[in-house]
Design a protein around this ligand. Structure first.
Ligand code: DC
Length: 216
């Protein structure tokens, strides 16, 4: 295995930005795995399908073109909610597994961010960071981002979204969001994105030094 960096955490914790910075630092490809679930949710809605139907959602997941994930429609509030709902289905997660594992196997290394990278997708990853922040701070960040994208939303609506998603993502049966035992916790509540990226870099550098010194 190459040097896999697993960055997990709840919505708007800063994990996406941290993952991109780490990828740039090491020259590794970065996979935002949330986009896979967003693409399934948006794809299913486009077909007029039911987000609660595991069979319908899994069918969309199996047919997904996983290499085309740059549609801005995947970044909306509705897409995030749809993603969280289809992500509870075990068959959807199964359909997206091989692609994520193959990405993680890329040499000399790769960065993946999501909810279950350190626990399910790449449990053997030598570097794992679990990024978090209070729901209020995360809601504020997501609110600003969505308003910047032109969405008409209120802070209270976004805080409610965040709380609902934390609850759903953390309590589902299939690969719930949780910190891997060997992941380092990074609480970014009081940090600027610069400080958070720097703290993540230090965590990963320490993991890299251990990994380079280990026999296997
Ligand atoms: O990271 P994000 O906000 O783009 O993720 C959207 C949803 O997708 C999230 O609420 C739960 C789901 N997800 C998941 O279940 N597992 C992942 N590895 C990534 C995202």
């Amino acid at each position: 295995m190459g040097f896999v960096i697993a960055v997990d955490g709840p919505a708007a914790s800063g994990k996406g930005t941290i993952a991109v910075r780490l990828g740039a630092l090491y020259g590794y490809p970065v996979l935002d795995t949330g986009l896979l679930y967003r693409a399934v949710g948006v794809g299913l809605l486009k077909l007029g399908g039911d987000l609660d139907s595991e069979a319908a959602a899994a069918e969309v997941a199996r047919r997904l073109d996983l290499t085309h994930l740059e549609d801005p429609a995947l970044r909306t509030r509705a897409a995030g909610e749809a993603a969280s709902r289809v992500a509870v289905h075990g068959d959807v997660r199964q359909a997206l597994l091989d692609f994520q594992r193959a990405f993680a196997a890329r040499e000399p290394g790769a960065v993946l961010d999501g909810r279950d990278i350190g626990t399910v997708i790449a449990p053997g990853a030598p570097a794992k960071v679990y990024v978090t922040a209070t729901p209020e701070v995360r809601a504020d960040r997501r609110f600003r981002q969505l308003v910047g994208q032109g969405e008409a939303v209120t802070y209270d609506e976004i805080l409610a979204d965040i709380r609902r998603r934390d609850e759903r993502d953390g309590h589902r049966d299939a690969a719930p969001m949780r910190q891997a035992e060997d992941a380092v916790l990074l609480d970014t509540t009081e940090m600027t994105i610069e400080a958070a990226a720097d703290a993540a870099r230090r965590i990963v550098e320490a993991a890299r030094a251990r990994w380079e010194g280990s026999p296997g």
